[in-house]
Design a protein. Sequence first.
Length: 322
Amino acid sequence: MPNAFVADLHAQMRLPVICAPMFIVSNPKLVIAQCMAGVVGSVPALNARPQSTLDEWLAEITETLGQHRAQAPDQKIAPFAINQIIHQSNDRLAADLASCAKYKVPLIITSLRAPGEVVDAVHGWGGKVLHDVTTVRHAEKALEAGVDGLILVCNGAGGHAGTLSPFALLAEVRRFYDGPIALSGAITTGEGVLAARAMGADFAYMGTRFIASEEANAAPAYKDMIVASAASDILYTPYFTGIPGNYLKGSITASGLDPDHLPSADVGVGFGADRIKPWKDVWGAGQGVGGVQHVATVAQIVATLHEEYATALQHITNEAFA
Protein backbone atom coordinates (compact mmCIF):
# COMPACT_ATOMS: atom_id res chain seq x y z
CA MET A 1 0.00 0.00 0.00
CA PRO A 2 1.64 3.30 -1.08
CA ASN A 3 2.06 6.04 1.50
CA ALA A 4 -1.00 8.35 1.38
CA PHE A 5 1.15 11.49 1.42
CA VAL A 6 3.25 10.22 -1.49
CA ALA A 7 0.19 9.14 -3.47
CA ASP A 8 -1.48 12.53 -2.96
CA LEU A 9 1.65 14.41 -3.99
CA HIS A 10 2.25 12.23 -7.05
CA ALA A 11 -1.33 12.90 -8.17
CA GLN A 12 -0.53 16.62 -8.34
CA MET A 13 2.74 16.21 -10.25
CA ARG A 14 3.75 15.69 -13.86
CA LEU A 15 7.03 14.14 -12.74
CA PRO A 16 8.17 12.86 -9.31
CA VAL A 17 10.63 15.74 -8.87
CA ILE A 18 11.12 18.08 -5.93
CA CYS A 19 13.23 21.11 -6.85
CA ALA A 20 15.83 21.92 -4.22
CA PRO A 21 15.75 25.33 -2.49
CA MET A 22 18.88 27.19 -3.59
CA PHE A 23 20.34 30.12 -1.69
CA ILE A 24 20.09 33.33 -3.78
CA VAL A 25 19.08 31.39 -6.93
CA SER A 26 15.53 30.42 -5.93
CA ASN A 27 12.84 33.11 -6.02
CA PRO A 28 9.03 33.32 -6.45
CA LYS A 29 9.31 33.45 -10.25
CA LEU A 30 11.26 30.18 -10.30
CA VAL A 31 8.99 28.49 -7.74
CA ILE A 32 5.81 29.42 -9.60
CA ALA A 33 7.26 28.20 -12.91
CA GLN A 34 8.31 24.90 -11.33
CA CYS A 35 4.92 24.27 -9.74
CA MET A 36 3.12 25.26 -12.94
CA ALA A 37 5.26 22.75 -14.85
CA GLY A 38 4.14 20.01 -12.47
CA VAL A 39 7.13 19.62 -10.13
CA VAL A 40 7.44 20.86 -6.55
CA GLY A 41 9.13 24.26 -6.41
CA SER A 42 10.90 25.53 -3.32
CA VAL A 43 12.75 28.55 -1.96
CA PRO A 44 14.77 29.17 1.23
CA ALA A 45 12.94 31.50 3.61
CA LEU A 46 16.25 33.33 4.09
CA ASN A 47 16.29 34.37 0.41
CA ALA A 48 13.52 36.84 1.26
CA ARG A 49 15.24 39.90 2.73
CA PRO A 50 14.21 41.66 4.87
CA GLN A 51 12.04 39.16 6.71
CA SER A 52 8.84 41.02 5.82
CA THR A 53 9.53 40.18 2.17
CA LEU A 54 8.73 36.54 2.88
CA ASP A 55 5.10 37.48 3.51
CA GLU A 56 5.00 39.20 0.12
CA TRP A 57 6.56 36.19 -1.61
CA LEU A 58 4.14 33.75 0.01
CA ALA A 59 1.19 35.91 -1.00
CA GLU A 60 2.44 36.03 -4.60
CA ILE A 61 3.09 32.29 -4.84
CA THR A 62 -0.14 31.27 -3.12
CA GLU A 63 -2.36 33.63 -5.06
CA THR A 64 -0.78 32.92 -8.45
CA LEU A 65 -0.96 29.15 -8.09
CA GLY A 66 -4.50 29.39 -6.70
CA GLN A 67 -5.64 31.43 -9.70
CA HIS A 68 -4.12 28.97 -12.17
CA ARG A 69 -5.69 26.00 -10.40
CA ALA A 70 -9.09 27.69 -10.58
CA GLN A 71 -8.65 28.47 -14.28
CA ALA A 72 -7.29 25.03 -15.24
CA PRO A 73 -8.62 22.47 -12.75
CA ASP A 74 -7.39 19.53 -14.85
CA GLN A 75 -3.79 20.78 -15.09
CA LYS A 76 -1.21 19.19 -12.79
CA ILE A 77 0.04 22.09 -10.70
CA ALA A 78 2.32 20.93 -7.90
CA PRO A 79 2.44 22.41 -4.38
CA PHE A 80 5.40 24.46 -3.20
CA ALA A 81 7.84 24.22 -0.31
CA ILE A 82 9.68 26.68 1.92
CA ASN A 83 13.08 25.77 3.32
CA GLN A 84 13.78 26.58 6.98
CA ILE A 85 17.25 26.44 8.56
CA ILE A 86 16.92 24.90 12.03
CA HIS A 87 19.88 26.41 13.83
CA GLN A 88 20.40 28.78 16.74
CA SER A 89 22.04 31.27 14.38
CA ASN A 90 18.77 31.67 12.47
CA ASP A 91 17.09 34.38 14.50
CA ARG A 92 14.30 34.66 11.91
CA LEU A 93 12.93 31.15 12.35
CA ALA A 94 9.95 32.04 14.56
CA ALA A 95 8.91 34.93 12.33
CA ASP A 96 9.38 32.90 9.16
CA LEU A 97 7.29 30.04 10.56
CA ALA A 98 4.57 32.51 11.49
CA SER A 99 4.48 33.72 7.88
CA CYS A 100 4.30 30.12 6.65
CA ALA A 101 1.45 29.41 9.07
CA LYS A 102 -0.44 32.45 7.79
CA TYR A 103 -0.40 31.07 4.24
CA LYS A 104 -0.61 27.40 5.28
CA VAL A 105 2.48 26.47 3.28
CA PRO A 106 1.92 22.85 2.23
CA LEU A 107 5.53 21.65 2.48
CA ILE A 108 8.39 22.71 4.74
CA ILE A 109 11.92 21.52 4.02
CA THR A 110 14.09 21.67 7.13
CA SER A 111 17.89 21.64 7.16
CA LEU A 112 20.76 21.19 9.63
CA ARG A 113 19.32 20.17 13.01
CA ALA A 114 16.38 17.81 13.55
CA PRO A 115 13.27 20.04 13.46
CA GLY A 116 11.72 19.04 16.79
CA GLU A 117 9.05 21.57 17.74
CA VAL A 118 8.89 22.84 14.15
CA VAL A 119 7.13 19.62 13.15
CA ASP A 120 4.26 20.25 15.57
CA ALA A 121 3.88 23.81 14.32
CA VAL A 122 3.73 22.73 10.68
CA HIS A 123 1.32 19.90 11.41
CA GLY A 124 -0.83 22.47 13.21
CA TRP A 125 -1.68 24.20 9.93
CA GLY A 126 -1.88 20.94 7.96
CA GLY A 127 1.57 21.07 6.36
CA LYS A 128 4.17 18.33 5.98
CA VAL A 129 7.87 18.37 6.90
CA LEU A 130 10.68 16.90 4.82
CA HIS A 131 14.15 16.96 6.38
CA ASP A 132 17.58 17.04 4.68
CA VAL A 133 19.94 14.29 5.85
CA THR A 134 23.38 13.11 4.77
CA THR A 135 23.87 10.09 7.06
CA VAL A 136 21.87 7.24 8.57
CA ARG A 137 22.19 8.78 12.03
CA HIS A 138 20.78 12.09 10.79
CA ALA A 139 17.88 10.17 9.26
CA GLU A 140 17.17 8.39 12.53
CA LYS A 141 17.20 11.64 14.50
CA ALA A 142 14.87 13.33 12.02
CA LEU A 143 12.40 10.45 12.21
CA GLU A 144 12.54 10.60 16.02
CA ALA A 145 11.51 14.26 15.68
CA GLY A 146 8.41 13.20 13.74
CA VAL A 147 9.16 14.41 10.21
CA ASP A 148 6.89 13.27 7.38
CA GLY A 149 9.68 12.37 4.98
CA LEU A 150 13.41 12.43 4.33
CA ILE A 151 15.57 14.06 1.69
CA LEU A 152 18.79 12.10 1.22
CA VAL A 153 21.50 14.55 0.17
CA CYS A 154 24.14 12.24 -1.25
CA ASN A 155 27.54 12.36 -2.87
CA GLY A 156 27.51 14.45 -6.03
CA ALA A 157 24.66 16.75 -5.04
CA GLY A 158 25.13 20.49 -5.29
CA GLY A 159 25.82 22.66 -2.27
CA HIS A 160 26.40 21.01 1.11
CA ALA A 161 26.29 17.40 -0.05
CA GLY A 162 27.08 14.26 1.89
CA THR A 163 29.77 11.73 1.06
CA LEU A 164 27.70 8.54 0.75
CA SER A 165 26.64 7.14 -2.60
CA PRO A 166 22.89 7.43 -3.30
CA PHE A 167 22.85 3.64 -3.65
CA ALA A 168 24.40 3.14 -0.22
CA LEU A 169 22.44 5.70 1.80
CA LEU A 170 19.05 4.88 0.27
CA ALA A 171 19.52 1.15 0.78
CA GLU A 172 20.48 1.58 4.43
CA VAL A 173 17.66 3.99 5.23
CA ARG A 174 15.13 1.71 3.54
CA ARG A 175 16.08 -1.05 5.99
CA PHE A 176 14.23 0.76 8.77
CA TYR A 177 12.03 3.35 7.02
CA ASP A 178 9.34 2.78 4.39
CA GLY A 179 7.99 6.36 4.30
CA PRO A 180 8.50 9.21 1.80
CA ILE A 181 12.04 9.70 0.51
CA ALA A 182 13.47 12.18 -1.99
CA LEU A 183 16.89 11.28 -3.37
CA SER A 184 19.60 13.65 -4.59
CA GLY A 185 23.06 13.22 -6.00
CA ALA A 186 23.97 14.32 -9.54
CA ILE A 187 20.44 13.91 -10.93
CA THR A 188 19.99 16.24 -13.91
CA THR A 189 18.19 14.05 -16.46
CA GLY A 190 14.90 12.20 -16.82
CA GLU A 191 16.86 8.95 -16.81
CA GLY A 192 18.24 9.95 -13.43
CA VAL A 193 14.74 10.62 -12.11
CA LEU A 194 13.65 7.15 -13.22
CA ALA A 195 16.76 5.63 -11.66
CA ALA A 196 15.91 7.23 -8.31
CA ARG A 197 12.42 5.72 -8.49
CA ALA A 198 13.78 2.32 -9.52
CA MET A 199 16.11 2.38 -6.52
CA GLY A 200 13.17 2.86 -4.17
CA ALA A 201 12.95 6.62 -3.72
CA ASP A 202 9.58 8.34 -4.12
CA PHE A 203 11.00 11.53 -5.60
CA ALA A 204 14.15 12.82 -7.25
CA TYR A 205 15.56 15.96 -5.65
CA MET A 206 17.07 18.33 -8.24
CA GLY A 207 18.77 21.70 -8.00
CA THR A 208 21.61 22.14 -10.48
CA ARG A 209 19.45 21.54 -13.56
CA PHE A 210 17.24 24.50 -12.62
CA ILE A 211 20.09 26.96 -12.07
CA ALA A 212 20.38 27.05 -15.87
CA SER A 213 16.77 28.19 -16.26
CA GLU A 214 15.61 31.55 -17.49
CA GLU A 215 13.59 32.09 -14.32
CA ALA A 216 16.44 31.42 -11.88
CA ASN A 217 17.98 34.34 -10.00
CA ALA A 218 21.49 33.46 -11.13
CA ALA A 219 23.96 35.60 -13.02
CA PRO A 220 24.15 34.84 -16.76
CA ALA A 221 27.80 33.84 -16.28
CA TYR A 222 26.73 31.32 -13.61
CA LYS A 223 24.18 29.75 -15.94
CA ASP A 224 26.68 29.64 -18.80
CA MET A 225 29.28 28.00 -16.56
CA ILE A 226 26.77 25.30 -15.56
CA VAL A 227 26.20 24.52 -19.25
CA ALA A 228 29.91 24.51 -20.07
CA SER A 229 31.00 22.37 -17.11
CA ALA A 230 31.49 18.65 -16.54
CA ALA A 231 31.80 16.58 -13.37
CA SER A 232 35.56 17.17 -13.36
CA ASP A 233 34.87 20.89 -12.96
CA ILE A 234 33.25 20.38 -9.53
CA LEU A 235 35.28 20.71 -6.32
CA TYR A 236 34.15 19.30 -2.98
CA THR A 237 35.64 21.41 -0.18
CA PRO A 238 34.85 22.85 3.29
CA TYR A 239 37.00 25.91 2.55
CA PHE A 240 34.24 28.45 1.95
CA THR A 241 31.76 27.75 4.77
CA GLY A 242 33.44 25.25 7.07
CA ILE A 243 31.03 22.57 5.82
CA PRO A 244 32.02 20.46 2.79
CA GLY A 245 30.17 21.43 -0.36
CA ASN A 246 30.36 21.15 -4.14
CA TYR A 247 31.39 24.23 -6.12
CA LEU A 248 32.24 25.15 -9.71
CA LYS A 249 36.01 25.35 -10.09
CA GLY A 250 35.60 28.11 -12.67
CA SER A 251 33.97 30.40 -10.14
CA ILE A 252 36.75 29.71 -7.64
CA THR A 253 39.34 30.64 -10.24
CA ALA A 254 37.38 33.79 -11.15
CA SER A 255 37.52 34.78 -7.46
CA GLY A 256 41.31 34.76 -7.54
CA LEU A 257 41.97 31.36 -5.98
CA ASP A 258 43.50 28.16 -7.33
CA PRO A 259 40.90 25.39 -6.82
CA ASP A 260 43.65 22.77 -6.89
CA HIS A 261 45.65 24.48 -4.16
CA LEU A 262 43.22 25.96 -1.65
CA PRO A 263 44.69 26.58 1.82
CA SER A 264 43.69 23.56 3.88
CA ALA A 265 45.18 24.30 7.29
CA ASP A 266 42.68 27.02 8.15
CA VAL A 267 39.29 25.63 7.16
CA GLY A 268 36.86 28.30 6.09
CA VAL A 269 39.32 31.18 5.81
CA GLY A 270 37.61 32.14 2.57
CA PHE A 271 34.42 32.84 4.50
CA GLY A 272 33.82 36.38 5.70
CA ALA A 273 32.17 39.70 4.86
CA ASP A 274 35.46 41.16 3.62
CA ARG A 275 36.47 38.08 1.65
CA ILE A 276 34.98 35.74 -0.91
CA LYS A 277 31.29 35.16 -0.34
CA PRO A 278 30.08 31.58 -0.88
CA TRP A 279 27.10 31.24 -3.25
CA LYS A 280 27.44 34.85 -4.41
CA ASP A 281 31.08 34.84 -5.55
CA VAL A 282 31.74 31.10 -5.55
CA TRP A 283 28.92 29.13 -7.16
CA GLY A 284 27.52 25.82 -6.05
CA ALA A 285 26.65 22.98 -8.44
CA GLY A 286 26.40 19.20 -8.41
CA GLN A 287 28.41 16.61 -10.31
CA GLY A 288 25.52 16.19 -12.76
CA VAL A 289 26.37 19.44 -14.58
CA GLY A 290 27.38 17.42 -17.62
CA GLY A 291 23.71 16.61 -18.14
CA VAL A 292 22.82 20.30 -18.55
CA GLN A 293 23.08 21.21 -22.23
CA HIS A 294 21.64 24.71 -22.43
CA VAL A 295 19.75 27.46 -20.63
CA ALA A 296 15.98 27.06 -21.05
CA THR A 297 12.70 27.96 -19.42
CA VAL A 298 11.49 25.80 -16.55
CA ALA A 299 8.62 24.58 -18.74
CA GLN A 300 11.09 23.45 -21.41
CA ILE A 301 13.33 21.76 -18.82
CA VAL A 302 10.46 19.79 -17.31
CA ALA A 303 9.17 18.83 -20.76
CA THR A 304 12.63 17.48 -21.63
CA LEU A 305 12.87 15.60 -18.34
CA HIS A 306 9.43 14.10 -18.96
CA GLU A 307 10.44 12.94 -22.45
CA GLU A 308 13.70 11.45 -21.16
CA TYR A 309 11.86 9.73 -18.32
CA ALA A 310 9.24 8.23 -20.64
CA THR A 311 11.84 7.05 -23.16
CA ALA A 312 13.96 5.43 -20.44
CA LEU A 313 10.90 3.74 -18.95
CA GLN A 314 9.91 2.36 -22.36
CA HIS A 315 13.45 1.10 -22.88
CA ILE A 316 13.40 -0.76 -19.58
CA THR A 317 9.93 -2.15 -20.28
CA ASN A 318 11.26 -3.61 -23.54
CA GLU A 319 14.40 -4.92 -21.88
CA ALA A 320 14.84 -8.70 -22.16
CA PHE A 321 15.54 -8.98 -18.45
CA ALA A 322 12.35 -7.12 -17.44
